[in-house]
Design a protein around this ligand. Sequence first.
Ligand code: NAD
Length: 496
Amino acid sequence: MKSYSQWQEMANSIEFNTNAFINGAFVVAQSGETFSSINPATGEVLAEVASCDSEDAEIAVAVAKQVFESGSWSRKPALERKKTLLKFADLIEQHAETLSLIDTLDMGKPIADCVGFDIPNTIETFRWTAEAIDKVYGEISPTNTNSMALMTHEPIGVVAAIVPWNYPLMMASWKIAPALAAGNSVILKPSEKSPLSALFLATLAKEAGIPDGVFNVLPGFGHTVGKALALHNEVDVITFTGSTKVAGQLMGYAGESNLKRTWLEAGGKSPCIIFADCEDLEAAAFSAAFGIFSNQGEVCIATSRLLIEESIKDKFMGLLVEQAKNFIPGDPLNPDTNMGAIVDQQHLNNIISFIESGVSEGANLLYGGNQTTVDGQGCFVQPTIFTDTQQNMSIVENEIFGPVVAVNTFTTWEEAIQLANDSKYGLAAGIWTDNLKKAHKTARELQAGMVWINNWAGSDSTTPFGGVKQSGNARDKSLHSIDKYTEMKTTWIDLS
Ligand code: NAD
């Protein structure tokens, strides 16, 4: 890993792709408009980026559809698509440092996280999905002997991937790897808060040999280019990660237009239950702190609600505060930093107003609670712990998407389940206990897409990632993710 000064040196000389990528070429937005991409750790403008809108969406969708119908990618043998995507993964690996630096500069996360997690996960996603795609078989159903019915998977068409800023490249890879592997054309709409790594990725897609028009990138705002894609009648699939509010809007756009398949990975307010029979409370406290303070708490699966059995509250809170002290906001370019900048001033203001509401609604601010700076600049927040919370407090009901945890206690198993499930979200949930029966029984009761027992955030390419309730309707990763980008066709043959 590079040293602090080496990263700083690289940051001073890096150049960005700033134009939209359509049909294999970088082009300015039709309107000529741009928006500023800002480094939240310093306030510095990194680049002026093409601000696409409906005109650009029209062009990109037409190109993506035309190339889909040409068959140059969609009808290519799976083995060939696999080879191209493996080359794509190799190129991402070759440029891992550049991509890491871009995401760190653009959204403020620690460089160590990008190098150690985001980019390796992105590479793994492309490799795993590429390796899987030529092992996806159709089926023959057990009909009567005078007929045969085949069930085959076909690519759908034009997929628009609309993604957030918290893991810019990694979230994009969870969508575009299976969509491309299955043979679709893809239009990626990165967040306006972190557009730069997606535009660098476009160069690598071209170099890997993905045909022009199969992979396009439209930077811009949600209410302009994002909405235009979601309302477009020639877009066949919207695959989305982001807030529950926008997820709902996308369902509306699909209903207003062509009933496009709408796959939603939305927000979370995940509970983690610590039972008194958990033997390794240090491990539970470490995991709970990591779950809410890593990536500045800007994590959909953050451990944002801790439910502690009353009898161990004091002991556990002591351990949790000790763990919180290890998270110190610092310059994201310093490889020793484990807590970077909040993505922008607007989001920082949201987090601070949630903290203020926690105090005014009567929760006990046990630790942190302040905005801070690093070297006198930037958008940073201290790790923050509230205890004595009530279910109707805004810090308990809402996703804060920052380093703020709300702690509550329970005295019975039934109460723990009731508190955990008392949320409109259902992304993830955690359980800490050494009682096997209780662990299974609790997991069965929890309303969540993912349940972690004596760990948090266990995940790899083989397992689905996604939630229930208003946390979404889809699953990224694993073979199940490929289903979202194919249609199943049934073909009956008369053998009589
Ligand atoms: P967001 O919903 O504000 O934006 C997400 C994307 O949608 C951006 O690209 C944005 O430009 C676009 N968008 C906004 N309005 C739109 C519209 N009207 N039409 C079309 N597109 C529109 O979310 P965010 O702030 O970027 O990300 C944070 C959210 O993402 C959190 O709620 C977090 O929980 C969620 N998230 C969920 C998962 C998961 O897997 N469930 C993973 C990561 C993040």
